[in-house]
Every structure is written in structure tokens, then in C-alpha cells.
Design a protein around this ligand. Structure first.
Ligand code: NAD
Length: 389
């Protein structure tokens, strides 16, 4: 019985369904935001999906500011600039609108604008979050436009520390958005590469959470259904971006992944984070490259669980069948099999490989891997992802 101890956290109110973005003014009123800062990224800012959402605010007479200086894999200068706009505009809340990058930066602006300590003092380490002035955090409405990170139901924001080339996870329970509008219509414009990468991110979250050690049967249950939804719907959404049913199921799978990964993540993320920080690659696509190598590495610890999972998902052949299904999914989505396939012309000398292995083993996700991620293991996984062997 002594092992059956854990802590369960659940997400927030999600208004799920096609067309529900029109409820944005109502949601702002419910939360008490009168003058929101709308945070998005520069690519999205040029698309009709942003113009039509801002029109909903205009038509309802809601004053608002817009900030879109957000890099994919956001950095501190994006946060500083966003906070300046937030303060200048006298805003009282944030609408975080976009993929994980814009969602995270919007959440971080709402969190950090009223703090006196630097943002790095609130990294997801122990109880560092208790140093924050919780009363100074303004409410957040999250509106995802990709289906992958699940940041809309999470209590953290990821930001790259440029000086050390590391991705840092900033955590506070009040960074959880008050209300989420999960409207799959907003995701139909995603190009296939982003559909594939974000969808594989949702799969990586569910899979690593399910395989992480520890007692969390609710996270496990959410993760297995999330995995089934990805196998059934991601190829459809990739082939036909207008398939709203597939888009809706992928949006659910993304939120389920982020709900499940409160249990832990693992070596896919531990290796993907340094690669993303050093080479600015897409997070989900980088996860997808590492997935089969990490599954093989963890086999001894996860085989029984994966056999159960495969049976639930209707995948024949036990562990090997599941790995084949992952390989097929990657091939169907044109996921590169190796890092040089993802980053054209990539070469790494021994020093660079050593640096990445060093970064991977101290990444906070490493402790969730079911087999200890030693430096030698990280190096060997990196070699596999470089060569494809
Ligand atoms: P992203 O937010 O970086 O967006 C990728 C690209 O897709 C951008 O160019 C964007 O303009 C475009 N895009 C987004 N929605 C679109 C749409 N509907 N139509 C057309 N184009 C669209 O990608 P992402 O994968 O959603 O987020 C990745 C970021 O999220 C990384 O910084 C990663 O570290 C972070 N992340 C955070 C968490 C968390 O729990 N907070 C979890 C995983 C990843």
C-alpha cells in the first residue's frame, strides 16, 4: 500500500466545440477581464483566424491590445517586450491565442508582469513557485490553434534561456488558464508539417506519461485514450486538414496529453529539449524523431504496459507491433527518421554530442524515464537518432 500515494491535479473549464470562439466576449465577462492583451505569434497574426477573432472582440465592444512578437520557442526578450505592452496598455488579463509558443508566452506575461523577481526564479524546481506574488498574476483565457502541446490546460510556460541555450519550464498553479476555448475550427489552417509535429507532440506526452513510473491511474487512463485518438485521427487530419472530426479528436488528445503528463515525461523530451534549444527545431517534430529509439531503450521496463496499451488501441503484435505502428505513423506523416533528416546538413562532433547528453540528463523530464537516463544512455540514444540505427 505504501506505493499507492500520489497527487492528482486536474485541468480547468474547457468550452470545447467547433464555432465556440464566438463565446470569447462572454468568457472574458465571466472571468472579469475588461481590457485584455491578445497574445499571438507573427505568422498567425497575418492569418484570417486572428482577424476574425479580433472582429468578435470589436463587435462586442471589448477594448484590447495585440502583441505578436513571439518566436517559436519563445525567448526572454519576447517576454520583456510583451510585459511592456501589457503595462502600457493598462491591461487586466491575457488572451493567449496560438500554438504552444504564443500560449506559453501569453501565460508568462500574465504571470510575470506583476512580479519583482526575475522569471528564472520560478523555474519548475521544488517549490520555487511559492516565491511568486500570486495576487499579482492576472487571469488568462487560452485559445489553442494547434493540437499538440496542451499548454492550454497546463500550469507552466516554456521559455528558452538564451545565454545557456536551455529550455526552462516556469511553473505556477495560477498560470493555469481560467477558461479554455478549444475550437477545432481554429486548427484547420495548420499546414501538414505543423499538423504532424504538433500531433506527434500530443502522442509523446501521452506515451511518456503512460510509461513514467509512479502511481497515477487517472493519468494512465487519460493517456491510453489519448494515444488511441492520435493513431485514429492524426493521419486523417494530416491528409485532409479540413476534416473537422479528426481535428476535434486531435484537439482532445492534445489536452489529454498535457493532463496526463503531470505524472511525468521521459527521455524523448529530455533529448528533444536541448536539440530544440540549440537548433530551434519544432518541439513536437523533434520528439517524433526520438520516439522509436527511446521506446526500444525503455523496452525492458515498459513492455508489459505497452502490450496492454496495444491491445486497447487494437494494434496487433504486442510490443513489437506497437513499435511498428509508431514507425508506420511516422512514415505516413513524413516524419524524418533521423536528426540530419530534420536539420539539413547536421553534423555533430564528440564535444557537441557530449554537451547534448549533459543537458539531457539534467533536464527535469529525465527523472520520469522508466530506466535511468545516464550520460552513456543519452549519448547512445543521440547516436541512434543521428544514424537511424
Ligand atoms: P508553435 O506555437 O511554435 O507554432 C508553430 C507554427 O505554427 C507557428 O509558425 C505558428 O504561426 C503556426 N500556427 C499555429 N497555429 C496555426 C494555425 N491554426 N494555422 C496556421 N499556422 C498555425 O508550435 P507548437 O508546437 O504548438 O508549440 C511549440 C512550443 O510549445 C515550444 O516552445 C514548446 O517548448 C512549447 N511546449 C509547451 C508545453 C507546455 O506544457 N506549456 C508543452 C509542450 C511544448
Amino acid at each position: 500500500m505504501t506505493d499507492l500515494v500520489s497527487k492528482w491535479n486536474y485541468p480547468t473549464t474547457v468550452r470545447f466545440g467547433a464555432g465556440r470562439i464566438k463565446e470569447l466576449p462572454d468568457v472574458l465577462e465571466a472571468v472579469g477581464i475588461k481590457n485584455p492583451l491578445f497574445v499571438t505569434d507573427p505568422g498567425l497574426a497575418k492569418l484570417p483566424v486572428v482577424a476574425s477573432t479580433l472582429k468578435i472582440l470589436d463587435d462586442a465592444g471589448v477594448p484590447h491590445g495585440v502583441f505578436s512578437d513571439v518566436k517559436p520557442n519563445p525567448v526572454e526578450s519576447n517576454l520583456t517586450a510583451g510585459i511592456e505592452v501589457f503595462k502600457k496598455g493598462g491591461h487586466d488579463g491575457v488572451i493567449a491565442f496560438g500554438g504552444g509558443s504564443a500560449l506559453d508566452l501569453g501565460k508568462l506575461i500574465a504571470f510575470q508582469a506583476g512580479q519583482t523577481r526575475p522569471v528564472w526564479d520560478f523555474e519548475d524546481v521544488g517549490d520555487w513557485w511559492t516565491r511568486a506574488d500570486a495576487g499579482a498574476i492576472v487571469p488568462i483565457i487560452a485559445v489553442p490553434t494547434t493540437a499538440g502541446t496542451g499548454s492550454e490546460v497546463g500550469r507552466a510556460g516554456v521559455i528558452t534561456h538564451e545565454a545557456s541555450h536551455t529550455k526552462k519550464v516556469i511553473f505556477h498553479p495560477k498560470m493555469l488558464p481560467e477558461i479554455v476555448i478549444a475550437d477545432p475550427e481554429l486548427t484547420v489552417g495548420m499546414p501538414p508539417f505543423i499538423t504532424a509535429g504538433t500531433g506527434m507532440d500530443a502522442l509523446a506526452h501521452c506515451l511518456e506519461a503512460y510509461c513514467a513510473p509512479g502511481y497515477h491511474p487517472m493519468a494512465d487512463g487519460i493517456a491510453v485514450e489519448g494515444i488511441r485518438l492520435v493513431f485514429e485521427n492524426l493521419p486523417k487530419a494530416y491528409r485532409d486538414g479540413n476534416d473537422l472530426v479528426a481535428r476535434a479528436h486531435m484537439m482532445s488528445a492534445a489536452a489529454m496529453g498535457a493532463t496526463a503528463f503531470q505524472k511525468g515525461l521521459g527521455a524523448i523530451h529530455s533529448l528533444s529539449h536541448p536539440i530544440g534549444a540549440l537548433y530551434d527545431t519544432h518541439h513536437g517534430m523533434t520528439n517524433a524523431v526520438f520516439m522509436p529509439y527511446v521506446l526500444a531503450f525503455n523496452r525492458e521496463a515498459i513492455e508489459a504496459r505497452i502490450v496492454r496499451l496495444a491491445a486497447y488501441c487494437g494494434i496487433a503484435g504486442g510490443f513489437e507491433g506497437f513499435v511498428r505502428a509508431v514507425d508506420k505513423l511516422r512514415a505516413d506523416l513524413n516524419v524524418p527518421h533521423t536528426l540530419p533528416g530534420l536539420i539539413k546538413g547536421l553534423e555533430m562532433d564528440a564535444a557537441r554530442k557530449g554537451l547534448i547528453a549533459d543537458m539531457a540528463i539534467v533536464d527535469p523530464t529525465a527523472s520520469g524515464n522508466p530506466i535511468k537516463l545516464t550520460r552513456a544512455a543519452a549519448l547512445s540514444l543521440l547516436e541512434s537518432a543521428m544514424s537511424g540505427a
